[in-house]
Design a protein around this ligand. Structure first.
Ligand SMILES: [Zn+2]
Length: 263
């Protein structure tokens, strides 16, 4: 389709962009030769809290030979936080939206502090929302961007507030575990399952499919230890098993988190 239309940009979910690039390579086509000028990510973060590109996002840029730009949006937000060419967070359009970052008590926190993203869209007439809680966790940057704009920027979405895991004394988001694992080119997919353990803490199991059979659990444990400082239980599964888990009929986004804490 890219060839027949001459398209030079893709708007899509990063994990799908990666799949398409892999599919192309497996079929003798080099996606880096497809002439992509830029890739625009929706639905999944591309950077970590330090604004460094996630390893999986780096693989996508290398595969397509084009820069990956992040956006953040939802129906309720009624606009988008889009990265400028400096790619240092998503710029706020202040004429369209008021954004706040709030703590557990719902009070705004200073710029740079992490909390829940709360939005008040200004241009919506049919169903106005006031201080809508998105459930997403991030932070604001208010210093002037190196592109010259003064508008505040929203950092990467670090996770969903209700998906936060309390694990061995550390707080970790499931998507950070998945992102760390998928930074390896040979990891084809990962899914985090959480339940309650006997001592009341979260029991975290990560299902992973690795294409290279010589990779064992210990390699993946070392990776998680170095990137997240926690090592959940890892279960290696087949490609069919991980695909059944991640790709569900009718779902635009893949499923990488199963919450069984309430069961
Ligand atoms: Zn900027």
């Amino acid at each position: 389709m890219l060839k027949s239309t001459g398209a030079n940009q893709i708007v899509g979910v990063p994990s799908l962009m990666r799949k398409i690039a892999e599919h192309a390579l497996e079929n003798g086509e080099d996606p880096a030769q497809a002439g992509m000028r830029r890739l625009i990510a929706i639905g999944e973060p591309t950077r970590d809290a330090s604004l460094d590109l996630l390893p999986s996002a780096r693989l996508i840029e290398e595969a397509w030979g084009a820069p990956l730009y992040s956006t953040y949006a939802s129906t309720e937000i009624a606009t988008t936080f889009c990265e400028c060419p400096e790619r240092r967070g998503g710029h706020l359009r202040p004429e369209l939206l008021v954004v706040e970052i709030v703590n557990d008590e719902g009070r705004p926190v200073p710029a740079g502090e992490t909390g829940e993203v709360v939005v008040t869209p200004l241009g919506v007439r049919g169903m106005p929302l006031v201080r809508f809680r998105t459930g997403d966790v991030s932070f604001l940057m208010t210093e002037r961007c190196s592109c010259g704009r003064f508008s505040p920027r929203l950092g990467p979405i670090l996770g969903r507030k209700n998906q936060m895991l309390k694990f061995k004394g550390t707080t970790v988001f499931p998507n950070a575990i998945v992102a760390a694992l998928e930074g390896r080119a040979d990891v084809a997919g990962a899914c985090v399952e959480v339940g309650k353990s006997d001592d009341g803490t979260d029991r975290v199991v990560v299902y992973v499919h690795v294409k290279d059979p010589s990779v064992d659990r210990r390699n993946l444990e070392d990776l998680l230890r170095s990137r997240l400082r926690v090592v959940p239980e890892i279960v290696l599964v087949s490609e069919a098993e991980i695909n059944d888990q991640m790709y569900r009929p009718g779902r635009r986004k893949r499923v990488t988190f199963l919450d069984r804490r309430g069961e």
